[in-house]
Design a protein around this ligand. Structure first.
Ligand SMILES: [Zn+2]
Length: 1086
């Protein structure tokens, strides 16, 4: 049975199939007529492809797939339509056209599709008839979605919120179009695999397993011997067995067995089964195939093996694959030594599960990845750190914009959707990873910028609405809209425009046209700040101004302490160049430039408003900081101390270099030295592994030692700027490296803003720039790095937890991805660094941490991208090597207290205050200040009607608050601590979310609510999960894990549902809820 005609009859897939079947019959008849009286009789073969797994045989699961990067050598659109083929012949639209046709021809055939960023493009182009045929293919399991996210995300440079978001986007799309739920994680190409992928993006996302191709070559060698390519992976020690997944390394990358690539241009021989033609090869092909299957089976447990039949962008002509595979199945099964059939990873996992054997346990991660002794894929942790920074800043921005979109309703003027989609593809393993061609990186950035511009409209409208919230009833809102003057980012010089809240997204280069304009008499800069965290917070706000004759007031007209920080000449040059490069604006500033700094207090999920204008009394002016340049040339020794009530750093007077950090509450004090260095990237001119250069993927320093920028222990030009809110230590290490260390009032950390670039290459040497902090702490070779911003993973120098490491690259082999934090300690003290974007980090010596900040390399590393990583930026006709600016946050704390700082600050860093700036007339300012309504109190979505603001406890974050169509809401709460991480905070906590969902009367505005899996495509309660036997746990799982309760329907009587809005969260738990509101949230409160 099987074959084209039979299947058409059996499957009844619809008219098209029946027509296909009839037309084949007609064609066959015509062929017979033509051949009547000819030399040969017609030869029609029917291939039996109906086979299924059988119990006592080796079962070979053929998994037909295509790996379609959503941008790599070509852009996502070019890959979809098939343009720019001179770079790479790849066209996803034809792959899907072709595959679907082949599936309809034989109902035994199966195909896996992954990237929804592509699939939804194709789906939109199909007519209803085709869509209904495809739905039936999905129902029948012939077309199965793996992963199901918008892309196959990277696992090293991605933040867990982004991973969850992009997967949710795809999962909900599949649910809406097919009512289907992906079962299998398919991370076949990413270059290393994270613990969070196992715990959150597999188990918690409702997937039964995850498969991937890349793992360390030494690890794989051992695993093959031990038959441990497939494991039970518990990525989170806090979630333990409650978030475990079956995880498998694929046998032969994600390719077919050698010799069985059936792409149309493949050199592998087709299965030629016509004895009347030359080169008949059935037995030969069957023998080789059986040999491959048996070889694979010898390295895997159970009698089931999975063969991945596909490669990058294959199946443009699906017929060449399926026609050959039909024959292969037919003849191999006739042979009988192994049993082969069309299958899917989900069927494969079910078969593995049914075998009921024990599996090895894996609790660490698969970083770093090396595919040979000198090919460590640890360079990409820090490739394109500017793009990585952009992605991270927009990630937090999207969450804030979504909250505002939910709280204030959708506006016609903008939506967060383009940013959501742009961020989704930016998580791809050749996007944020930095391993794409330059034009593709530009394309990702362009999409992000378009998304950002759309989301900015949402935020601007929401902030304006919050300003005018109080006034809808008395009509003053209209007046406000008519009177408030904004100035667009392109300048405008005070011309009245529609009210625009400018967001000044280039504050990192001290650029904000609206605040830099002259403040006219009778006007003020209004600063409205939104706090996306569910905690009260006090943060420093800073933006450029051109006059020192200003002061800051709050809504009550009370003077707010402020400080004017002078901007240096070097900074002005940098901002002028980049303002032109990024906005086209040519700055011709004549007035001196300062940064105005003040402390703002903002309620949780709320706003606060501040005003900057000319003071009536000159003594009320913001204080201008004192500047003191260290005379580093002098022989004067001694130490300069800089600090606040919590932290102090000591600077050597003679060199300007950092010497020590002291935590004042406990009196802890350790040596702290800091230097910038660079590794000379290998060009591959080596005896071992010649040709293996350091490049976009690979980190291969040319020798172990990094070279100091500006010379070993050389004096650093240092200026100290002191003031009541912030003290800055400005250090210039060389023409291309500088940094500013800032200690803010009330903060326990030192903020370090580094500026690296343009990295000089006139000496012909590729450079990988790092910053290194040496503490002298006896860290016993141990340090910790985060997994995608979630669990902290223990790292040991030159060591892997599951095999004896042969150290071949002592630097590159100790680098790990750092998305949020890296720290080390000696048991008493922890020295921690938080980062503002994904970087690579390592500890190579006890007490030392280093982070790679920027890379500029002159040779390609031969992993396919075909370009060297040499980023430039142009303003007009002037192009330079790219300069990267980012922030690190340093903290010394007693070991027991450090986690609290890391978790809280990381959250603040991910979700900074969102400022809006506009210019308003003084009468409007007066009216705003006189307002006694909710605005004056400061709006908070967590306030009750009586004004009480219910902030979340410090161990729980509001991860997602997203309005969905039809008044639905997606809410996620995340516990921020691991078990045993902090004495107070590593406990289960109850959160009451009712303020977010109540109505004016204080009762719940919720029609229905249910807890879902992490990606909100299935109800959590009653969801089936596979149980697995684990080696060494025959007596049962040793660890009990507590999971939170609550958040459920408490009383269900027809039409009278009640819910418990108190939700409990336990360590590292994320809980997701979908609810439907009766009315819009904030509209109710007006
Ligand atoms: Zn790929």
């Amino acid at each position: 049975m099987g074959g084209i005609i039979i299947c058409g009859k059996m499957c009844s897939l619809g008219t098209e199939v029946r027509l296909t079947a009839i037309s084949v019959i007609v064609q066959a008849a015509v062929w017979l007529l033509l051949m009547r009286g000819g030399v040969n009789a017609a030869r029609h073969m029917e291939y039996n492809t109906t086979s299924h797994p059988v119990q006592h045989q080796i079962n070979a699961h053929l998994v037909c797939h295509t790996h379609d990067d959503v941008g790599w050598l070509k852009t996502v659109d070019q890959y979809y339509v098939g343009s720019n083929n001179s770079i790479q012949v790849a066209a996803v639209q034809y792959i899907l056209d072709s595959v679907l046709k082949s599936l309809l021809q034989n109902c035994d055939r199966k195909f896996m599709y992954v990237e929804q960023a592509f699939f939804q493009r194709w789906w939109r182009e199909q007519n209803h008839h085709m869509q209904s045929l495809v739905r039936r293919l999905v129902d029948r399991g012939q077309l199965e979605f793996l992963n199901g996210g918008w892309c196959m995300h990277d696992e090293a440079s991605t933040h867990y919120v982004d991973m969850v978001d992009q997967t949710t986007l795809g999962h909900r799309y599949i649910k809406s179009q097919f009512d289907a739920v992906p079962r299998i994680g398919w991370q076949i190409d990413p270059f290393g695999h994270s613990s969070v992928q196992a715990s959150l993006l597999s188990a918690e996302a409702g997937l039964d397993a995850v498969f991937f191709a890349r793992a360390d070559y030494q690890d794989i060698e051992n695993r093959r011997k031990q038959k441990s390519m497939e494991v039970i992976w518990r990525g989170s020690k806090s979630l333990g067995a409650t978030a475990q997944t079956f995880a498998g390394i694929l046998h032969h990358h994600y390719d077919p067995p050698k010799g069985f690539n059936f792409e149309i241009n493949s050199k592998d021989p087709p299965l030629q089964d016509d004895p009347e033609l030359f080169d008949y090869n059935v037995q030969e092909r069957v023998d080789l195939f059986v040999e491959k299957v048996l070889e694979q089976a010898s390295q895997f447990r159970t009698n089931h093996v999975m063969l991945t039949m596909g490669e990058d962008f294959t199946y443009g002509n699906a017929n060449t694959w399926f026609k050959q595979l039909d024959k292969l199945i037919h003849y191999v099964n006739l042979d009988g030594r192994v049993n082969v059939f069309y299958s899917s990873p989900s069927s494969y996992v079910d078969a593995k599960n049914a075998a009921n054997v024990s599996w090895p346990l894996k609790t660490d991660d698969y970083f770093p990845h090396a595919n040979s002794p000198h090919s460590y894929w640890t360079g990409y942790f820090a490739s394109r750190t500017a793009l990585k920074g952009y992605v991270r800043s927009l990630s937090g921005y999207l969450q804030a914009a979504r909250q505002l979109e939910f709280l204030l309703g959708r506006h016609q003027s903008g939506t967060t959707q383009p940013l959501e989609e742009a961020l989704a593809i930016a998580q791809h393993h050749d996007a944020v990873s930095g391993t794409e061609k330059q034009h593709v990186a530009n394309d990702f950035a362009k999409r992000l910028a378009i998304g950002e511009a759309e989301a900015e409209k949402v935020v601007s409208m929401a902030l304006l609405e919050l300003l005018a919230l109080q006034d809808q009833t008395d009509g003053r809102r209209t007046m406000l809209e008519g009177s408030v003057r904004g100035r667009s980012d392109s300048g405008g010089g005070g011309i009245p425009l529609l009210p625009v809240v400018c967001q000044c997204r280039l504050l990192n280069i001290t650029y904000c046209p609206v605040t830099e304009a002259k403040i006219l008499k009778e006007t003020a800069i209004v600063i409205i700040l939104y706090n996306p965290l569910a905690w009260h917070r006090t943060e420093v706000v800073r933006f450029p101004v051109t006059s020192t004759d200003v002061h800051v007031e709050d809504l009550h007209g009370i003077e707010v302490l402020s400080q004017m920080v002078p901007v240096e000449v070097e900074e002005e040059a940098l901002r002028e160049f980049h303002a032109e490069a990024y906005t086209g604006a040519k700055l011709h500033r004549r007035d001196p430039l300062f940064e105005l700094v003040f402390e703002a207090q903002v309620p949780p999920l709320g706003v606060a408003t501040y005003f900057v204008d000319h003071p009536t009394n000159p003594s009320d002016r913001a204080s201008v900081s004192a500047m003191e340049q260290l005379d580093t040339n002098a022989s004067a020794s001694g130490i300069v101390d800089v600090g606040n009530d919590y932290v102090r750093v000591s600077i050597a007077n003679d060199t300007g270099r950092l010497q020590r950090i002291t935590e004042l509450k406990s009196g802890l004090s350790v040596e702290l030295k800091n230097s910038f260095l660079w590794y000379n990237g290998s060009t591959g001119n080596t005896v071992e592994e010649p040709g293996q250069a350091s490049g976009a993927y690979i980190f291969r320093p040319n020798g172990s030692a990094a070279l100091p920028v500006g010379g070993e222990n050389a004096s650093v030009k240092t200026t100290i700027v002191r003031g009541p809110i912030v003290t800055e230590i400005r250090q210039r290490f060389s023409s291309w490296v500088s940094q500013v260390m800032r200690i803010y009032r009330g903060k326990e950390h030192v903020e370090v803003e580094y500026t690296v670039g343009p990295i000089p290459i006139d000496d012909g040497l590729g450079k990988e720039a790092i910053t290194r902090f040496s503490t002298g702490l006896a860290s016993n070779k141990t340090f910790y790095t985060d997994s995608n911003g979630r669990d902290m993973i223990r790292r040991v120098i030159n060591y892997r937890p599951t095999w004896d490491l042969n150290v071949t690259e002592p630097v590159a082999g100790n680098y790990y991805p750092v998305n949020s934090a890296i720290y080390l300690g000696n048991g008493n003290a922890d020295f921690s660094i938080l980062v503002d974007r994904a970087l690579g980090g390592a500890s190579l010596t006890d007490g030392e941490l280093e982070l790679m900040l920027h890379r500029r390399l002159l040779v390609d590393d031969r992993r396919g991208v075909g370009e060297c990583l040499n980023e430039t930026v142009c303003a007009g006709s002037v192009c330079r090597g790219l300069t990267v600016r980012g922030k690190l946050y340093l903290n010394l704390n007693p070991s027991g207290a450090a986690a609290r700082w890391r978790r809280t600050e990381a959250q603040k860093l991910y979700s900074p205050l969102l400022p809006g700036f506009l210019i308003a007339d003084s009468d409007i300012v007066g009216q705003l200040k006189a307002s006694a309504g909710p605005l004056a109190r400061g709006f908070s979505a967590l306030a009750s009607e009586d004004g009480t603001v219910h902030e979340f406890p410090c161990n729980v974050a509001l991860m997602t608050l997203q309005g969905l169509p039809k008044r639905k809401v997606l809410l996620r709460l995340a516990h921020l601590y691991e078990v045993d991480e902090d004495a107070e905070n590593s406990n289960c906590t109850i959160i009451d979310i009712s303020p977010i969902v109540r109505n004016r009367q204080g009762t719940a505005n919720v029609k229905w609510m249910h807890e879902t899996t992490l990606t909100a495509n299935q109800v959590k309660r009653g969801r089936r999960t596979l149980s697995w036997r684990v080696e060494g746990e025959e007596g049962g799982t040793p660890m009990t894990v507590r999971r939170g309760g609550g958040g459920e329907e408490t009383f269900a009587k027809k039409g009278n549902k009640k819910y418990d809005f108190r939700m409990e969260l336990c360590p590292m738990e994320i809980r997701s809820f979908e609810m439907k509101l009766k009315h819009r949230p904030l509209a109710e409160r007006r």
